[in-house]
Unconditional design. Structure first.
Length: 479
């Protein structure tokens, strides 16, 4: 992105963890195109997080909120308001469209629902001119009389007209992010599928226009070229929930990606839209790994609980096609479904053994508020009640809200999952261990395979440091 002659005001995006937020890419791209100065501040990467923000002298402090970040966002805003009281504190993000009442928190001045690029730019422009902002789409706040002002005119941006995302905001400041060999991209927004455990299913009900939109192929290719030429790129990771949801778009994208001679890429796909032609095109374009969200190896759980109607035969065939064509395969798995039995969980183990893929990632199901699977669990008596946002913020992979007797087994099965897949002969030894209380030792064992992969691929970090960080984080993760 070209350098601009900035005019006041200045906007500080803040976040806790050391990763790139695609939402910040787009918001910063829109703001900088409009001539505003932006900076991002990551708590984990700043020596003095609050001091650095204060030194920047921002007029606006923004948080693009993901579920589970509420506590940090509110705490950070509270501390910042003590030192920068004249700044305006704004929050956006996809989950604000569902959890609308967080604008009532005293730390938050304005809340935005819906796509924020154009709205945030217009909001700042009007505020600087002293103009009314009440009619801006999706804006919520406490007005001067202490009453609620909620604009329910929620809008989504036309991605064909969206400003190019600003990648410099992270890479020009944080070497550790710039030097990562794998960098993230997206080719679409939202998702056309209706999985019961995903907020995309709920968000698609809120907007009057389609929530799932694909970006112009030309824009996606230009973004990858820019990052590759400006900062270096060994792998492009397309984080779309489903890259192969729109097959005509995918074919156009693969042809353009191949023609541009770009580095290898990783992506997520659904097994339903996988056939030999697609896999061959993906391989030719440079696809090195596809991750499939299987979630359960039991068809009943997938169809009746997870909302993922697919046959085991399609899973097996899709994975085999990838392996036969030299594309690595990963799968995502969830344990702890409402009503899931030990036998149904073992169906997942057996399915993963059959497909024999390269990497597996598993989690315990977190019953987020407002989701179909959470409502089902409450209705059937599998959990006591729908948790609040504050309660979800404390949930993690070593706990579950399930009231079933086999809850402990499900939690531990998640930790021993990789070993049961890779070493079937260990099953008689591992199964009795599942009855012990969840503990830090099991948690440390869970992701050793990911640590090994990190030690191999991440050449910029100290091996000893990576091992130390892994042990410390794993130890602290169990609360």
């Amino acid at each position: 992105m070209k350098e601009l002659d900035y005019m006041s005001p200045k906007i500080a995006f803040i976040q806790k963890s050391a990763y790139e937020k695609v939402s910040v890419h787009y918001l910063a791209g829109a703001l900088r195109t409009a001539g505003y100065e932006c900076q991002v501040f990551i708590a984990e990467l700043e020596n003095d997080f609050y001091g650095a923000i204060k030194d920047f002298c921002p007029n606006y402090i923004a948080y693009s909120l993901f579920i589970g970040e509420e506590s940090f966002a509110v705490s950070a805003f509270r501390k910042l308001k003590e030192n920068i009281p004249d700044a305006t504190y704004v929050v956006g993000g996809p989950f604000t469209a569902i959890f609308t009442l967080i604008y009532r928190l005293p730390e938050i001045d304005y809340l935005f629902r819906g796509d924020g690029e154009l709205t945030l730019v217009e909001f700042i422009r009007r505020r600087e001119k002293g103009e009314d902002v009440s009619d801006l789409p999706g804006i919520s706040y406490i007005d001067d009389t202490g009453g609620d002002h909620v604009n329910n005119d929620l809008r989504l941006i036309d991605v064909k007209k969206a400003p190019m995302p600003d990648r410099d905001i992270y890479y020009k400041k944080y070497e550790v992010l710039k030097n990562r060999p794998t960098k993230i991209f997206i080719g679409s927004r939202g998702c056309p599928y209706r999985c019961s455990y995903c907020y995309n299913a709920e968000l698609s009900k809120i907007f009057s226009t389609p929530y799932w939109r694909v970006r112009p192929v030309k824009d996606v290719i230009e973004e990858v070229i820019y990052v590759n030429e400006s900062y270096g790129l060994e792998w492009a990771h397309f984080q779309d929930g489903t890259l192969n949801a729109n097959l005509p778009w995918l074919k156009e994208f693969l042809a353009a990606y191949k023609a541009a001679g770009l580095p290898p890429f990783l992506c997520n796909c659904r097994v339903e839209n996988i056939d030999e032609e697609i896999i061959m095109l993906m391989k030719e374009a440079g696809c090195e790994r596809i991750t499939f969200g299987i979630q359960s190896g039991n068809p009943g759980i997938r169809n009746n609980v997870a909302g993922r109607p697919m046959d085991n035969s399609k899973i097996v065939n899709a994975c085999k096609l990838c392996k036969d064509n030299g594309i690595r395969v990963g799968v995502d798995i969830i344990f702890g479904w409402p009503g899931e039995t030990m036998e149904e969980a073992m169906d997942t183990i057996r399915c993963c053994r059959e497909i024999d893929v390269d990497s597996y990632h598993s989690n315990i199901l977190i019953f987020y508020p407002g989701l179909q699977v959470t409502r089902l669990a409450v209705d059937k008596g599998f959990i006591a009640k729908e948790p609040s946002l504050e309660e979800v913020d404390t949930h993690h992979s070593n706990m579950s809200l399930l009231l079933t007797e086999n809850k402990r087994i499900m939690i531990n099965l998640d930790k021993w999952f990789n070993y049961l897949i890779r070493y079937p002969w260990l099953e008689p030894l591992i199964l009795p261990l599942l009855r012990f209380p969840p503990n830090r030792f099991y948690y440390i064992l869970k992701n050793l395979h990911l640590l090994r992969r990190g030690l191999f691929f991440d050449t910029d970090r100290s091996k000893i440091g990576m091992i130390k960080d892994y042990l410390v984080l794993s130890w602290r993760a169990v609360r």
